[in-house]
Design a binder for this molecule. Sequence first.
Ligand code: GBH
Length: 484
Amino acid sequence: FRKDFMWGAATASYQIEGAWDKDGKGQSIWDTYAHTEGAIEDGTNGDITCDTYHKYLEDIKMLKRLKATHYRFSLSWSRLLPTADSSAPNAAGVAFYNKFIDGLLANNIKPCVTLYHWDLPQCVQDKGGWQSEDVVEKFKEYADFCFSQFGDRVKLWVTINEPHVQCGFGFGMGIHAPGIKGQFSPIYHTDPMNACYQVSRTMLLSHAHTYRMYSSKYRAKQNGLISITLNSDWCEPKDPSNPDHVKAAQFYIDATLGWFAHPIFKDGDYPDSMKEHILEMSKAQGLKNSRLPVLSEQEKNLIKGTYDFFGLNHYTTRLAEQITDETQAFAIHPDMPSFVYPDPSWERAGNDRLPIGSEWLFIVPTGLRKLLNYISKTYGDPSIIITENGCSTKHSVNNPGDTKQLEDEQRCRFITSYLNEALKAHLLDGVDLRGYFLWTLMDNFEWAAGYTERFGLYHVDFEDPARTRTPRKSAATFTKIIEE
Ligand code: GBH
């Protein structure tokens, strides 16, 4: 890897901070959602979680011990701007992030800051949230505030984390905050506006306006890099000699990664395959226009090229074939003509006692190399930073047989093998890879799965008021790789 390769771990505000209502913080949609009966698998929430708001010095020590050169974390919008009004900031919130950033830098760890990792202020949600055009100005105002406060020291910015997941889970299936079940969901066909696609547009516009504002107002003085983080599985045709399977695999990548990557990294617009298929599906339902909003020439020009690097979150791989009447029930959503599934021979995240970690996570290191090559070829060889990659175990606090799972052999192998494939992409294939952030520094609130899925290099004891952090074996493995 390059001499200046970024070695880090990643987290997100709602997943680690806690102090959900302390010192003037406003509420976010995740505070609301996690407090909703039945929303979270184990009935928990992020009220306290790792308590990083009070224990941030420990987090910095852990990063130092890891020998991380960088740390990716996100800011809580509602902690900084409780009413989403930048003329009325929360001084305690600003002070917290200042102490945190200064602490990192004092230990020679460079911050990579995500502005938005899914915790929209509830007051913005109450005015329509991502479904309203007004959010674009609000997001820009928030970003402007963050650049003005922290941009003297933060040189690496991510606007939005995984817009695809926010759209699909928050507004389609409704299994993440704000929990709006749209037409996107195979189960609920209640939303004629198709919230999911509307939201993808306001997210693209928020990102693009923010990028351009940084360039015109801050870049010359602060000289940082700014982009977006997109998540993507790798996907292969079940039978590479079958053209339908090839098409299905390509469609899956287009409609997940390409949905945001084509507009930003290619030509300002959604992939043709996606536009054509959604139009066809919309017409079949008797609609005159496509549910996918058409981007104007002006919008396309605004969005195109708004990146300084390609932020990639990658975990797993799927096989694809075209959907049939028998497999329709397993479609991710009604507009998805590809049936995707894992190869049963692939190893699953998990361990001997609980053989399945996250249901969706199959360990396919070669997929990372292929995906990196695909991004490099499709999007004109951008600098790529892997902003997340990691592996989980299932962990039930109510199971007396459960252990801390400190000897996490599988996670050690996961890190080593995925990094090895990333190295091949860099050395053998010439992909411009700039950094790797492991998800995640310590066990934390895993969204709808609560505390049942653990991705941490450090175990966190959520029953202990001190939230004691204990390094797993994988922490030492990661450090050894960084050192060598
Ligand atoms: C990341 O998303 C998030 O950025 C991070 O906050 C999170 O903690 C981390 O992953 C680990 O999950 O439940 O079968 O419907 C990764 C992308 C997309 C992966 C949704 C899991 C759920 C599949 N995620 N997917 S399923």
